[in-house]
Design a binder for this molecule. Structure first.
Ligand SMILES: Cc1cc2nc3c(=O)[nH]c(=O)nc-3n(C[C@H](O)[C@H](O)[C@H](O)COP(=O)(O)OP(=O)(O)OC[C@H]3O[C@@H](n4cnc5c(N)ncnc54)[C@H](O)[C@@H]3O)c2cc1C
Length: 484
């Protein structure tokens, strides 16, 4: 068994040396000066450090311990991976006073917040202020697997995903950042008749919306992903334009460009309350003073219910912990492996450096804000691996982390302007696919704030759809099938 590198810190921008200074200049300077991020997965440029995934290097790998999935998830990994949301330990609050007024205050500096800030600033909106209580990207965003796709069962998710894919493809030009985009495709493996039927129907709808997805048989699955055991496989849904990219780089790109365009992005500032006057938004109370504003955008991810409650707008967003693992370098790893998902179990993996990133949902996980790691999910994971990719069971584990899914009752986002509290806008509840929707959602929220018709009609995503659920009607819920 090979020794493996243990990740001891979580993935977020705050952990690169430059980011101990969270000031605006520091981050925008990095956005301008930092060299292109090396590859995350597969191929020649995947890693310059002996195959250690780029994101582990970002996190500072400084312990070496063995790990092996068949023998057990090494206890030291679980012990040493921290409950890493410790803003007080890592973030120096900015000393400069906050502005007293802003045209728009965005709460949350994850991928949504920085995308919204960028799109507003690019549209010429002045005095945009983003407030993040910890470091940019330190919530769910930098815990994401980085998967990007347009393969969904809900047409609005397809359109948000497809529009965002276009933006990711042009990210180097706008906003201007290398994001290590790998369009290696998404491959949903299907072994149940009813799932095949559901995916056939979804693929047909995706094709109608211009997405180049198709159903493939076991032979093509073996060609696309030789790691997969296909004996019991009926079919798979394949979309070659999907793939993955680096969340930290996306945050960096949007944040740097937003700042260059004049937006204020402040870290280490917690929003404590939303003030209203005459029923409309009037300002925010923060750990660093009060800011008057007519518009608050809630982009607080898993913590959005709290922000909604401050404004008197119920946002049904529930946090659930999710864990992912990294493997050691794998000899002869086939190049260009797709994001491969065993749909029945949700076990998934994609190339990361010269190894793999892998994850899976845990139906026994209760709702909580926990982000510590443990091994309770590993028996289920290894069962799924044994069934679908048994060769991976002998691969060593080098580390992993846990983050939060921000889940709504129908696993589809909440995007809209409050009808009861004018000036309160929300973009949250992405239920595990928010990273991939951030570019399009940034455009949509820009339009909502400006009062323009949104680039996509997201009216069905308003929180009002759950009012009818409470009244006993499920007419307006939009259950998404292609969940990971
Ligand atoms: C293990 C894992 C894998 C995932 N994989 C994928 C994937 O492959 N593809 C994909 O599309 N999505 C994936 N996701 C989901 C994705 O990470 C989220 O949907 C997305 O990051 C949400 O972004 P956000 O900006 O809305 O939230 P966040 O990134 O959580 O940002 C919200 C921010 O708000 C801040 N905040 C909260 N309250 C306050 C306050 N009172 N004052 C100031 N700031 C506050 C928080 O500190 C946080 O930084 C994954 C998630 C996890 C956990």
């Amino acid at each position: 068994m090979l020794s493996s590198v243990l990740v001891t810190r979580s993935p977020c921008l705050s952990q690169s040396p430059a980011s101990v200074d969270p000031s605006s200049r520091a981050l925008s300077r990095r956005a301008e000066e930092s060299p292109p991020v090396p590859g995350r997965s597969g191929g020649e440029s995947a890693s310059t450090h002996d195959g250690v995934p780029r994101r582990q290097l970002l996190c500072g790998a400084d312990l070496f311990r063995p790990g092996h999935l068949t023998s057990a998830y090494p206890r030291p990994v679980a012990d040493a991976l921290p409950n890493d949301f410790r803003p007080a330990a890592r973030v120096t609050p900015e000393q400069a006073p906050l502005p007293r007024e802003a045209s728009v205050v965005i709460v949350g500096g994850g991928v949504m917040g920085v995308s919204i800030a960028f799109h507003l600033a690019e549209a010429g909106v002045g005095d945009v202020l983003l407030l993040e209580r910890a470091a940019l990207g330190s919530g769910s965003t930098c815990k994401a697997a980085g998967g990007i796709r347009a393969q969904f069962s809900d047409p609005l998710n397809v359109q948000l995903g497809a529009r965002s894919l276009q933006a990711f493809e042009r990210f180097r030009e706008r906003p201007g950042q290398d994001i290590d985009l790998r369009q290696v495709g998404y491959l949903f493996l299907l072994d149940m008749e009813e799932d095949v039927a559901a995916f056939e129907s979804a693929v047909s709808m995706q094709n109608d919306l211009g997405v180049d997805s198709r159903m493939v048989g076991p032979d093509e699955v073996r060609r696309l992903c030789p790691l997969v055991r296909t004996e019991d496989l009926l079919a798979a849904a394949w979309s070659p334009r999907d793939g993955h990219c680096t969340p930290e780089s996306v945050v960096l790109g949007y944040a740097g460009a937003a700042r260059r365009l004049g937006a204020g992005l402040r870290t280490g500032v917690e929003v404590l309350d939303v003030e209203t006057a005459g029923g409309a938004v009037a300002g925010v109370v923060t750990s660093h003073g009060t800011v008057r504003t007519p518009t608050v955008v809630c982009a607080a991810g898993a913590w959005s219910a709290q922000i909604g409650a401050m404004a008197g707008v119920p946002l049904p967003v529930t946090p659930y912990r999710r864990q992912i693992l990294f493997t050691e370098p794998i000899a002869d790893l086939p190049p260009g492996l797709p994001m491969t998902i065993d749909f029945a179990t949700t076990f998934y993996f994609h190339g990361e450096g010269r190894g793999l990133l892998m994850g899976m949902s845990d139906p026994d996980e209760p709702a909580s804000f926990r982000v510590d790691t443990d091994d309770a999910w590993l028996p289920r994971l290894t069962d799924a691996m044994e069934r679908r990719a048994p060769g991976l069971l002998d691969v060593g584990v080098t580390g992993g982390w846990a983050g939060l899914y921000e889940v709504t009752p129908d696993h589809i986002a909440l995007i809209g302007s409050s009808t009861t509290v004018p000036g309160f806008v929300y973009a949250t509840g992405f239920s595990g696919h928010g990273f991939l929707q951030a570019p399009a959602v940034g455009e949509v929220v820009r339009d909502l704030v400006l009062g323009d018709p949104p680039v996509l009609d997201i009216a069905p995503l308003s929180v009002g759809r759950f009012a009818s659920l409470e009244a006993g009607s499920a007419d307006h819920a939009r259950p998404e099938v292609n969940l990971v």
